[in-house]
Design a protein around this ligand. Structure first.
Ligand code: HEC
Length: 97
């Protein structure tokens, strides 16, 4: 009993602290974890990565509409990519989950 209680407490403490330890400056909202790795893998080969918060939603939508032939993603993934990268989505995106 004691050991499993201790394990449970450690899990809780770790979950509380993990976002503060290492990784990108801001914790990634759960719904963006997949798109963040797609972004890492596919969006840095032609130019430097455009990082979350750098561009407005309008700039991203305009630029990414020219990218559909450059990068193959589903419509949902393009929408998620804009949400992930748009300056105005950072707080809302994180809070939504
Ligand atoms: C095959 C090459 C290629 C890949 C891969 C690529 N891009 Fe681009 N990207 C370009 C080129 C060329 C431009 C400049 C011309 C333009 O905006 O269409 C550009 C411009 C941009 C811009 C506009 C930059 C500005 O200053 O306004 C954004 C935003 C952008 N890319 C995001 C992305 C994202 C997100 C991905 C991954 C899904 C990606 N790019 C993958 C070629 C690429």
């Amino acid at each position: 009993m004691r050991a499993s209680l201790l394990a449970a407490m450690c899990a809780v403490i770790f979950a509380a602290l993990a976002p503060a330890c290492g990784g990108p400056a801001a914790p990634i909202a759960p719904r963006f974890v997949g798109i963040a790795s797609t972004h890492r893998a596919k969006c840095g080969s032609c130019h430097a990565h455009v990082e979350p918060g750098e561009k407005s939603r309008e700039q991203l939508e305009r630029a990414l509409s020219r990218h559909h032939k450059r990068v193959r993603l589903s419509d949902e993934d393009w929408a998620l990519m804009v949400d992930y990268l748009a300056a105005d989505a950072r707080d809302g995106g994180a809070a939504a989950d």
